[in-house]
Design a protein around this ligand. Structure first.
Ligand code: ADP
Ligand code: MG
Length: 691
C-alpha cells in the first residue's frame, strides 16, 4: 500500500545517516578505500547501498555488500528490496552458501563474506563489481579479515587492480565505532567517515547467580528466563532483548518464558498499566526467514515484545524499541581446541567489549537498562577485555587453500590485519598435504584445485572426490549434504549444545518416542554406521512420496531435510561441472562392494581415526592421542566392545570428548594413509612461503 511505502521512506529519512547522504556519495567517489563508522542502527547497512545505487554507481557494475552472518545477508536484502519497492532477487538480491537469490538484473547484492571470497577465486579483480562494501568488519570474522588483506593486496601494486577491468573498483569498509585508527592505517591511511549518532545512557547491573560453572549445566538459560519475567512484571513499558547462546538454548528459554508468562496476573503485578502481555520471539541464525519479519514489527499496543537472540542482535541486526537488555554473559564460538586438534563450537564467556556492545542496544531511542545475570566477580575474573579475532582461534585449512589457489603462496607474510600464530598456518599446511591438496613443497595439486571448488570441509570434499572418481558419488553426496545442515533429528529433551544436559523439565516421554524412531532408522540403514544412517534418512525420505509426513513420523526436521535435498543438488552440479573438465581423476576399486562406502569415507577422515584402547575408550591416532567416547546418540554407543578402529566426523567436548557421527573401519583401510599423519615436514611445506 502507498501508506506503508510512505511511512517506510519517512522512517529511513529519520536515520542518522540520511543527513550525510551527499557527503557520503562524494567521499566514495573521491577515494578508492573509504572507512565508514557509526553506531549500530545508524543506517549504514540498509541505506548506503541504496544511496550509491541511486547515485549511479551501478552503471558499470554491481554493488556487493558482505556480511559475516548468513541471516543478516538475507534479512537485510529483504528489507532493502522492500524499501526500493522491488522483488527480492531482482534489483536487490542476496547470496549465501547453498542459497543464491540473485538474477541478471541484480545491482545490489548482499552476500556472506565467504561468498565473495569464492567469487574472487573465479574472478580475482572482481570485474563485475563497481563497489565492494565489507560490512561488520569489527566482528573480525575469518573471511572478512582475509578479504581485507586481499583487497589491500589488489591495490598494493600500481595498476594491478586495474588489470582486466574497464572501470575502477571502489572499496568501502564499514564497522561499528571500534578500532577505527587501526583499520584506517591498515588500508593505507584511508579517509574515515564517521556518522555521528546519538545514544542514551544505559545503566548496567550485575546479578548474583551465574558464574563460570554454569556453562556445564546451561544454568544460564533458567536464569535469563527468571530475570526476563522479573523485568516484565516490574519495569515500565519497553521491549526486552535477551542475549543467549544458540538455537537450542533459545528455543528452550522461549518455551519456559511462554509457560510462565501465561500465569501472570496483570491486574496486580504490573505497575505500568499499559503492559498486559508478553510477545516472545526467538532470533537465531538458522530460523526460517518468514518468522524473522516479526522481530522488527512493533508489538500490538499494551503488549511487551521480548526477543531472545544470539549475538546476531549485537550489531548485525538492529531491533527498534529495545529498552531492556538481559545479558547471559556467554556466546557460542568456534574455537580451535588444541587438546583434540580440531575446531569446536563451544560456549564461552563474552569479552567486556562485547558486553558493552550488548548493553548499548538498550540506549538507542531513550535511556535503557542492562541486566547482567552474571556476577561482578565473573566480569572481573572470567571475561577478557576484547574478543580474539576468529583468524587467531580457528583452523585455517580452507582459507590457506583458497589463498594458495589465488596465487598467494606466501601465506605467512600475507597482509593480515592481525597475524594468526605461525603454528596455525603450519597446521593448515600439514592438513592440506595430508589431503593431497598441496605437494611437499606447498604447491597446489590438481586435486587441491578441485577441492577448493566445494564449499565443504576439506576432509569431506576429499571423500566426495574419491567417491566420484570411483563412480559412487551417490553414496557420498547425500552424506555431505546432510552434514552441511543443522539439527536433522528432533530431540525434544535436549538443552545445552555444549553439554547435551537433559533438563528435567524437558519432555522425557516424547524424547523416548523420538529415540526409538531414531534407533529404528539406524537399524534400517543395515549397519552400525552413523554416516549410513544419514544416507538412509536422506534416501528414505526422498523416496517416500510424502516427505514432510515421513519426517513427522520419524522425528526428523522436515526443514533440515528440505535444505539437505537442495544442498545435495548443488553439490552434484559443482561435481558435474568439474567432471566435464579435463583430467578429473578416475580410480579403480577391487575390494568388497559392501565396504566401498566406508573406504571412501576413510580417504577424507583418516585424520580422525581412533583405536579402542580400554573398555569403551578410544584413542585418536593423529599425534594428539586424545581419549574419546561414543556419544549416546550414536548407533555405535553400547557396542564399543565389538569395535577396534573407528573414524568420526567431529567431536563434542564436555568433561569428556565425545564423537557423534562415527563408523567402524578396518585397520588395513587406513594403514597406508596413517604414516602421512606423522611424516610431514612442516618446514618443507612452508618453504614456498619462506623463499
Ligand atoms: P547499521 O548498519 O548502521 O547498524 P541498519 O542499516 O542495519 O543500521 O539499520 C537501520 C534501521 O533500519 C534500524 O532502525 C533497523 O531497525 C531498521 N531495519 C533494518 N532491517 C529492518 C527490517 N527488516 N524491518 C524493519 N526495520 C528494519
Ligand atoms: Mg549494519
Amino acid at each position: 500500500s502507498t501508506d506503508s511505502k510512505e511511512s517506510e521512506s519517512q522512517q529511513s529519512k529519520q536515520l542518522p545517516i540520511y543527513r550525510h547522504k551527499a557527503e557520503l556519495i562524494r567521499a566514495v567517489k573521491d577515494s578508492t578505500f573509504l572507512l565508514v563508522t557509526g553506531e549500530t542502527g545508524s543506517g549504514k547497512t540498509t541505506q548506503l547501498p541504496k544511496y550509491l545505487h541511486r547515485a549511479g554507481f551501478c552503471k558499470d557494475g554491481k554493488i556487493g555488500i558482505t556480511q559475516p552472518r548468513r541471516v543478516a545477508a538475507i534479512t537485510v536484502a529483504q528489507r532493502v528490496a522492500q524499501e526500493m519497492h522491488c522483488t527480492l532477487g531482482k534489483e536487490v538480491g542476496y547470496q549465501v552458501r547453498f542459497d543464491d537469490c540473485t538474477s541478471q538484473s541484480t545491482a545490489v547484492k548482499y552476500m556472506t563474506d565467504g561468498c565473495l571470497l569464492r567469487e574472487i577465486l573465479a574472478d580475482p579483480v572482481l570485474s563485475q563489481y563497481s563497489v565492494v562494501i565489507l560490512d561488520e568488519v569489527h566482528e573480525r570474522s575469518l573471511n572478512t579479515d582475509i578479504l581485507l588483506g586481499l583487497l589491500k593486496k589488489m591495490f598494493s601494486k600500481p595498476g594491478k587492480a586495474a588489470e582486466g577491468r574497464s572501470f575502477p573498483l571502489k572499496v568501502v569498509v564499514m564497522s561499528a565505532t571500534l578500532e577505527t585508527d587501526k583499520l584506517s592505517s591498515f588500508l593505507g591511511d584511508c579517509p574515515v567517515f564517521t556518522i555521528p549518532g546519538r545514544t542514551f545512557p544505559v545503566t548496567s547491573t550485575f546479578g548474583f547467580a551465574v558464574g563460570p560453572k554454569d556453562i556445564e549445566s546451561s544454568g544460564y538459560v533458567k536464569e535469563v528466563v527468571k530475570v526476563a519475567l522479573d523485568v516484565h512484571t516490574s519495569e515500565k513499558a519497553g521491549d526486552i532483548l535477551v542475549f543467549l547462546t544458540g538455537q537450542v538454548e533459545i528455543e528452550r528459554a522461549c518455551d519456559l518464558l511462554y509457560e510462565k508468562a501465561e500465569s501472570i496476573d496483570y491486574r496486580y503485578d504490573v505497575e505500568d498499566q499499559t503492559v498486559e502481555g508478553l510477545l516472545i520471539l526467538p532470533l537465531y541464525g538458522s530460523m526460517p526467514t518468514d518468522q524473522q519479519r516479526q522481530i522488527f514489527q512493533p508489538p500490538p499496543s499494551g503488549i511487551r515484545k521480548c526477543v531472545v537472540a544470539t549475538n546476531i542482535a549485537a550489531t548485525s541486526l538492529t531491533i527498534n524499541g529495545i529498552k531492556y537488555i538481559i545479558d547471559s554473559g556467554f556466546v557460542k564460538q568456534l574455537n580451535h581446541n588444541s587438546r583434540v586438534g580440531m575446531d569446536i563450537l563451544e560456549v564461552v564467556p563474552i569479552s567486556k567489549s562485547e558486553a558493552e556492545q550488548r548493553a548499548g542496544r538498550a540506549g538507542r531511542t531513550s535511556a535503557g537498562k542492562c541486566f547482567r545475570i552474571y556476577t561482578k566477580e565473573f566480569w572481573e575474573k572470567n571475561m577478557p577485555e576484547y574478543t580474539v579475532p576468529e583468524i587467531q582461534r580457528t583452523s585455517l585449512t580452507a582459507v590457506v587453500l583458497t589463498l594458495k589457489c589465488l596465487g598467494v603462496h606466501d601465506v605467512i607474510r600475507f597482509p593480515y590485519l592481525d597475524c594468526p600464530e605461525e603454528r596455525f598456518i603450519l597446521e593448515a599446511l600439514k592438513q592440506l598435504y595430508q589431503f593431497d591438496a598441496i605437494d611437499r613443497r606447498g604447491r597446489v595439486t590438481r586435486l587441491g584445485e578441485l577441492m577448493v571448488e566445494f564449499p565443504l570441509h576439506p576432509g569431506l570434499t576429499r571423500a566426495v572426490l574419491k567417491a566420484a572418481s570411483l563412480g559412487c558419488q551417490d553414496l557420498l553426496l547425500p552424506v555431505a549434504a546432510m552434514l552441511s545442515v543443522e539439527n536433522i533429528f528432533i530431540r525434544p529433551e535436549l538443552c545445552g549444545v555444549n553439554t547435551d544436559v537433559l533438563l528435567p523439565s524437558g519432555h522425557p516421554e516424547k524424547q523416548k518416542e523420538a529415540d526409538e524412531k531414531h534407533k529404528a532408522l539406524a537399524t534400517k540403514s543395515g549397519s552400525m554406521n552413523d554416516f549410513a544412517t544419514l544416507l538412509a534418512v536422506f534416501q528414505l525420505c526422498k523416496s517416500s512420496g510424502r516427505p514432510s509426513a515421513w519426517c513427522k513420523d520419524h522425528w526428523v526436521h522436515w526443514r533440515a531435510l528440505k535444505s539437505a535435498f537442495s544442498v545435495e543438488t548443488q553439490l552434484r552440479e559443482i561435481l558435474l561441472r568439474l567432471q566435464q573438465k579435463r583430467d578429473f581423476p578416475v580410480d579403480t576399486y577391487d575390494g568388497e562392494k559392501s565396504e566401498l562406502f566406508r573406504r571412501c569415507l576413510c580417504t577424507g577422515y583418516f585424520t580422525n581415526v581412533a583405536r579402542r584402547s580400554v573398555g569403551k575408550v578410544f584413542c585418536t591416532m593423529d599425534g594428539h592421542g586424545s581419549m574419546i567416547h561414543i556419544h549416546p546418540s550414536s548407533s555405535l554407543f553400547d557396542h564399543e566392545g565389538k569395535l577396534n578402529w573407528i573414524i568420526f566426523h567431529d567431536v563434542l567436548v564436555t568433561s569428556k570428548v565425545y564423537v557423534r557421527t562415527a563408523c567402524p573401519i578396518r585397520y588395513e583401510w587406513v594403514k597406508d594413509l596413517l604414516p602421512k599423519l606423522h611424516e610431514v615436514d612442516v618446514y618443507e611445506l612452508s618453504s614456498v612461503a619462506r623463499e
